[in-house]
Write a protein of this length. Structure first.
Length: 273
């Protein structure tokens, strides 16, 4: 089964989605399950993981409602306030649901946020509920994220978007070295996703992206890598089917069982689907 391990739904409002600037105008609209269902059918994708787009418990509940209504949504990576004193109850309120992980937008926080005791205390609760933690950072934050991972050796971490390397600038170092370092931790998985939106939307090429995928393959291996679309954000630069076909092309020289890992089995293990 092919699983898209990273996509979003939203009902667009300028206030809540202010990060969608004029260069991304194509995604200034609602994106709902009916839209995605058509896209994944065309791309031969059978299931998805829906990931939070707003830091809101109400959005997490909404995504879980959508997951209950649509079988192709296999799980949700939502948001809860990990720094809250009520974090245990907040996580517990979603028991029995399709919640498979939690994410906070760390790319918008100073590095020091990852060392806050209350944040780490909240994160430590996740493993008692078999929940992964999605790490959303930019490449300069990789050293701080590695220190965070080292505080939680029993927790499953999933690194989103290859930690957003500076593809637009064709910069490999120090991203490559820092990615290899965090990949030494066996409890860290990584998504091949979000790459086209880190490149020039109109001028990127597969050959420009391939070195970054090759570094990720060398660092994590197929059994800790997973395919993600980052739909609908990817639409600023690439259609859904084109991205899915491109990932299949990037991994086409791997053994069949290794391709199956990246296209679905890794996500099943990391998120306990």
């Amino acid at each position: 089964m092919t699983i898209d391990a990273h996509q979003h739904f939203w009902k667009y409002t300028p206030t809540e989605f202010g990060w969608i600037d004029d260069t991304m105008a194509v995604i200034r609209r609602d994106f709902l399950p009916a839209d995605l269902e058509r896209a994944i059918a065309d791309a031969r994708v059978e299931g998805v993981i829906s990931v939070q787009a707003r830091q809101s418990v109400l959005e997490t509940a909404w995504l879980l409602e959508l997951a209950d209504q649509h079988d192709f949504i296999h799980g949700v990576v939502g948001w809860v306030a990990l720094i809250s004193r009520t974090v245990v109850d907040d996580i517990g309120s979603f028991a029995g649901s399709k919640l498979k992980g939690v994410r906070h937008v760390l790319q918008g926080e100073p590095d020091e946020y990852m060392s806050r005791p209350e944040f780490n205390n909240g994160l430590a609760e996740l493993r008692y509920h078999d929940l992964a933690y999605d790490v959303l950072i930019v490449e300069r934050q990789l050293p701080a994220a590695t220190e965070l991972v080292d505080q939680h050796p029993q927790q499953t971490f999933v690194l989103d978007h290859l930690a957003k390397p500076r593809i637009r600038a064709n910069a490999i170092s120090p991203w490559r070295e820092n990615l290899r370092e965090i990949a030494r931790r066996e409890n860290v998985f990584c998504k091949i996703s979000g790459m086209v939106s880190e490149a020039d939307y109109a001028a990127w090429t597969p050959n420009q992206l391939r070195p970054y995928v090759d570094v990720a393959l060398e660092a994590f291996g197929p059994r800790r890598l997973m395919f993600g679309s980052d739909w609908p954000v990817c639409l600023v630069a690439c259609g859904y089917r084109r991205w899915a076909d491109l990932v299949r092309e990037f991994i086409s020289q791997l053994a069949p069982d290794e391709q199956r890992c990246i296209l679905g089995e890794t996500a099943e293990r990391a998120y306990r689907l």
